[in-house]
Design a protein around this ligand. Sequence first.
Ligand code: LMR
Length: 420
Amino acid sequence: MAFRRIILGQVGRVGERSMSSWWRNVQPAAKDPILGVTEAFLADPSPDKVNVGVGAYRDDNGKPVVLECVREAERRIAGNLSMEYLPMGGSAKMVEETLRLAYGENSDLIKDKRIAAIQSLSGTGACRIFAEFQRRFCPDSQIYIPVPTWANHHNIWRDAHVPQRTFHYYHPESRGLDFASMMDDIKSAPNGSFFLLHACAHNPTGVDPSEEQWREISYQFKVKGHFPFFDMAYQGFASGDPERDAKSIRIFLEDGHLIGCAQSYAKNMGLYGQRVGCLSVVCEDEKQAVAVKSQLQQLARPMYSNPPTHGALIVSTVLGDPNLKKLWLKEVKGMADRIIGARIALRQNLEKLGSSLSWKHITNQIGMFCYSGLTPEQVDRLTNEFHIYMTRNGRISMAGVTTGNVGYLANAIHEVSKSA
Ligand code: LMR
């Protein structure tokens, strides 16, 4: 007995020692540059606080919106108590409707079953599965990422262990596209490189290539044999029309590129927390598409097994009914138009205050964001002195600008930028 107590005592001591050391070296992670802003905003008790950080649509009262088409879809699917698993690739119906949005209603690629596609955990999940796929099947490849880009793109390809390179995109002086440098980078990248492109409403800059420029980019990709991977998180937010916003992709398809594409319903259907989207990869033929899809599913299986059902059911209900789809298109346009109005109001307010700086880019840029040109120090002042929350790269989520706060926001921006 005494012997047993000694042994257990020793085990206990050794056990305690090793248990307490498991996580001793874990330091707190750096705050996420976008979602960390929301955390700080929520913790601020000031009644004046304004959140123009995260890209999430708000109505003119600053309130989150559930679209009418989504409410109607919810009514129709209420009582559907199937809690069964979806297949690893998700809802086939949702995926089919989603492909039509990107590739076109009458796409031959869809008819010929040349697209390998799976439901994804929104756009982030689509990018991540693609990055893993790239790593597994093109292990020596790299990814070229625009400067700047959505901060999470870097995390995604980093965690998939794909080396990253960058290409020029934004021109800080003109606050527009640095097309010449972008083309130079495309030309000088090794043949057959992977490029990440934002299909529309570039995040964070709100600067997109023109149609003509997309054609030149597509041509150069053809010459170099590059692979275009499109992240299309904001389809509908650039022009108010999802069909028009797919133009970049359609140009590449006309030119016969085999593309990859990440789609998301977070923004354009307001399904942020449902995490519903789609990853697609265009293949040479149906046989290849079957193989690629099976591998995409294989990647999803050990990560999350299969995707959640509810958001997919909402999407397939909305897009599968012509009347609900029409309502959705109207509501997307309504959101895009409100943001355009907010851009005009912010610029006019700044000009009325007598700012000597040019604020034309607020209305020239498109989509959900304005890349204001404010420095990190100016953003810190906005936060510390005025309780205005935005990412430190000066990105303003225009969706958070309302009739009620635009004057306050303009005044604060003027205060921190006037001595610059
Ligand atoms: C954003 O850029 O604010 C959104 O895409 C939200 C996110 O996940 O970062």
